[in-house]
Design a protein around this ligand. Structure first.
Ligand SMILES: [Zn+2]
Length: 305
C-alpha cells in the first residue's frame, strides 16, 4: 500500500516566509485523507496537481482558524466540480454549524453528501476503518478541544513462499496460510505448517499527528512506537514561557515526546512566524532526539515498507 504524507502548510497563525498554515495530505493506497485545512490548502493542492475528488476523509484537529479556514473554499470547489461522492469530516462539533451557516448564507446546496462526525471523546478511539488502514483520534492539550490522529496500516497477510509450495496445495489452503494459520487435515492434524510455507507479515506502518498542543506527556501512550511523528514546534527554548502561555510546544519539548514515545522519526512543524530561519529549532530538537527533521512545504514524507 502507498503510505505517504504531503506537507501542504506548516506555519502557525499567518502565512509568512513562503510558508502557509497547517495542512497535510495523506495518500493511503488509492485514496486521500486531508489533515487540517489552513486557508491556502486548495491552492497548494492545485499546485501539486492533486485530484481533490480523491479526498474521501477530512480530519480537523481543532477550530483555531489556521487549521480550518480553507475548508469552506475547498468544499465550494468540490461542489463546482460536481462532486457526487460522500465526504466525511471528523472535527470538533461546532464546525458543522459554521460550515452550514456559510452554505445557507450563499444559498448553496452541495452536489455531494457531507457527513460530519463530531469528535468529543476522551482517550484514544478508532474513528474510521478501511480495508487497509484505521484512523484513531486522541485528545491533545491546547486550551480548546483539540485532537491528534494516529493512522495505522492494518495487519498484513503472511507472505507465501512460492518456491516451497507443493503442487497439490489448494487455493483455500493458501488463503489459510496467508491468514496466519496452519492448514489442518480432516483429523485436525497439521497438514501444512505455517512457518514452513509462509513468511511472517511485513510490519504495519503508522503515522502520528500532534498539532497543536502544549508539552503533554499524556499523549505518549497514544503514539508509542509510531514510525513517524509530526509534532508541533511553534517556538524555540528561549520562548518556553510563551509556549506555556499559548498552549504550544517548543522544539525541545517535541523532541522529548518523540524520544519518550520511541518513535522512528520526528518531523517538526507549525513554526512561529518569528522564525524565518528554522535551523535553531532543528538543532535544539536534534540535541534530544537525533532523528528529527524539519517539515518543508511541498515535501512528501514516505513511509517505506
Ligand atoms: Zn491552535
Amino acid at each position: 500500500m502507498t503510505f505517504q504524507i504531503k506537507i501542504l502548510g506548516n506555519n502557525s497563525a499567518i502565512p509568512a516566509h513562503g510558508r502557509n498554515q497547517t495542512s497535510q495530505l495523506l495518500q493511503l493506497d488509492k485514496q486521500y485523507v486531508l489533515i487540517d485545512c489552513g486557508e491556502a490548502t486548495q491552492n497548494q493542492l492545485s499546485r501539486q496537481n492533486i485530484k481533490i475528488g480523491k479526498i474521501k476523509t477530512v480530519l480537523i484537529s481543532h477550530l483555531h482558524g489556521d487549521h480550518y479556514f480553507g475548508l469552506i473554499g475547498l468544499l465550494s470547489t468540490m461542489h463546482l466540480f460536481h462532486r457526487n461522492n460522500k465526504l466525511t469530516i471528523f472535527a470538533p462539533p461546532e464546525l458543522e454549524r459554521i460550515i452550514y451557516l456559510q452554505l445557507e448564507a450563499s444559498e448553496t446546496k452541495l452536489s455531494f453528501k457531507l457527513d460530519f462526525i463530531p469528535l468529543t471523546h476522551r482517550g484514544k478511539k478508532e474513528i474510521h476503518r478501511e480495508t487497509q488502514f484505521t484512523i484513531q483520534a486522541f485528545p491533545l492539550e491546547h486550551g480548546i478541544r483539540c485532537y491528534g490522529f494516529l493512522i495505522n496500516e492494518n495487519p498484513k497477510q503472511w507472505r507465501i513462499n512460492k518456491e516451497n509450495l507443493p503442487e497439490e496445495m489448494r487455493i483455500q489452503e493458501i488463503l489459510t496460510l496467508k491468514n496466519g494459520k496452519h492448514v489442518l487435515d480432516e483429523n485436525g492434524e497439521v497438514k501444512y505448517a505455517l512457518e514452513k510455507y509462509a513468511l511472517s507479515p511485513r510490519p504495519s506502518r503508522s503515522y502520528a499527528y500532534c498539532s497543536d498542543t502544549r508539552y503533554y506527556e499524556g499523549v505518549i501512550p497514544f503514539i508509542k512506537n509510531a514510525d513517524i511523528l509530526y509534532h508541533e514546534a511553534t517556538f524555540g527554548d528561549e520562548m518556553e514561557d510563551r509556549a506555556i502561555l499559548t498552549n504550544h510546544s517548543t522544539a525541545s519539548q517535541a523532541a522529548s515526546i518523540a524520544k519518550k514515545a520511541k518513535v522512528g522519526k520526528l518531523f517538526l512543524g507549525h513554526y512561529s512566524t518569528r522564525y524565518k530561519d528554522l535551523t535553531s529549532l532543528l538543532e535544539e530538537a536534534r540535541g534530544i532526539f537525533k532523528e528529527t527533521y524539519l517539515s518543508t512545504e511541498g515535501e512528501t514524507i514516505y513511509l517505506k515498507e
